[in-house]
Design a protein around this ligand. Structure first.
Ligand code: SAH
Length: 262
C-alpha cells in the first residue's frame, strides 16, 4: 500500500531535524522518515551522509544558499512542498539541527497547515547542544549556571533584533549561559553590548562545524571575543557560547577521565 492510499489524496509533509551534521546524531524516528520519503527538500546545513539514507529513487531537492547558489526563496520552497504533498508524495523537509530552533520551521508549518496539508515534526539535536557537548561542557553545570538561553545573532530584516544589553544584565544576575546562533558576523557589536552587563573576563567558546570531521573551536573571553574570532577566522556555521560553564573546558582538559565518566 502506498502512502497516498494511507492518507487519502494528500500526502504528508514531515519536518525532520537532521541534527548538527554527524549522521549518527539523527534520531531513529528521523532516519525512518527519511527512508520513507519520496521527495526530500534539503537545507544546506544538512550533510550528504544524511541525505544518503534516502531511497535511491527518492527525489532530492536542495534548497540551500551555500555552494554559490542563491537561497531558494522561502515562499517558493513552501509552494513546492504544498504541490508535492497534493500530488500524494511523502514529503520530508530536512532541516539542520532541530526544525523549531531558528531556521523558520514554524513559518513552514503554519503555511502547510493553512494549505490543509497534514504536517508532522520530528526533533533533531540542535547545533547549540551538540557544539557544547562536543567540548565536554555541561551547559547547565550547577556550579556555574542556573539556565541557558538560545538566542539569535541575526535579526529578521526590519526587526530591532536581540536586546543584548537586557540579556547581558539578565545573564549576569540570573547566571544564564548564552548560546548564540548566527553570531560570528556580528561578533563585534554583540561583544560591545554584552559587555554592558557581563564582565570582560567572562569565558567564551566558539565552535565551528560542530559534530563534523571539520569541527574546530577556540576559547577566549568576552573582552577579546571579536578579535579572537577575526584572528582565527572562525566562520559560519558557528555557535558562540558565553558563560562561566566554559571554564569547565579547562577542568575537562585537566581531568578527562572524570568528565568521561560523568
Ligand atoms: N535549526 C538549526 C539552526 C538553524 S540557524 C539548529 O537547531 O541547529 C543556522 C545556525 O545554526 C548557523 O548560523 C550556526 O549558528 C548554527 N549551526 C548549525 N549547524 C551548526 C554546526 N554544525 N556547527 C556550529 N553551528 C551550527
Amino acid at each position: 500500500m502506498n502512502n497516498s492510499a494511507l492518507f487519502g489524496a494528500n500526502g504528508t509533509v514531515t519536518l525532520v531535524g537532521a541534527g548538527p551534521g554527524d549522521p549518527e546524531l539523527l534520531t531513529l524516528k528521523a532516519l525512518k522518515a527519511i527512508q520513507r520519503a519520496t521527495v526530500l527538500f534539503v537545507d544546506d546545513l544538512v550533510s550528504d551522509g544524511i541525505v544518503a539514507f534516502a531511497q535511491p529513487h527518492a527525489r532530492i531537492v536542495r534548497v540551500g544558499k551555500r555552494g554559490g547558489c542563491k537561497s531558494t526563496p522561502q515562499e517558493f520552497i513552501q509552494k513546492l512542498m504544498v504541490m508535492a504533498a497534493r500530488e500524494g508524495e511523502t514529503v520530508v523537509r530536512l532541516k539542520g539541527g532541530d526544525p523549531f530552533i531558528f531556521g523558520r520551521g514554524g513559518e513552514e508549518v503554519e503555511h502547510l497547515r493553512e494549505a490543509g496539508i497534514k504536517v508532522e515534526v520530528i526533533n533533531g539535536i540542535t547545533a547549540g547542544l551538540a557544539a557544547v557537548t562536543s567540548l565536554g561542557v555541561p551547559l547547565t553545570h550547577r556550579q556555574h549556571a542556573h539556565g541557558v538561553v538560545f538566542v539569535t545573532g541575526h535579526a529578521k530584516p526590519g526587526d530591532a533584533g536581540t536586546d543584548w544589553r537586557a540579556l547581558s544584565t539578565a545573564a549576569h544576575s540570573a547566571r544564564l549561559t548564552l548560546v548564540i546562533y548566527m553570531g560570528v558576523s556580528g561578533a563585534g557589536r554583540i561583544q560591545n553590548e554584552l559587555l554592558i552587563g557581563l564582565p570582560a573576563h567572562t569565558p567564551v567558546a566558539v565552535i565551528q562545524n560542530a559534530s563534523l570531521p571539520t569541527q574546530r573551536h577556540i576559547t577566549t573571553t568576552l573582552g577579546r571575543m571579536a578579535d579572537t574570532i577575526a584572528q582565527t577566522r572562525m566562520a559560519s556555521p558557528s555557535i558562540i557560547v558565553v558563560g562561566d560553564v566554559i571554564s569547565a573546558i579547562a577542568l575537562a582538559a585537566e581531568h578527562p577521565a572524570a568528565v568521561r565518566s560523568a
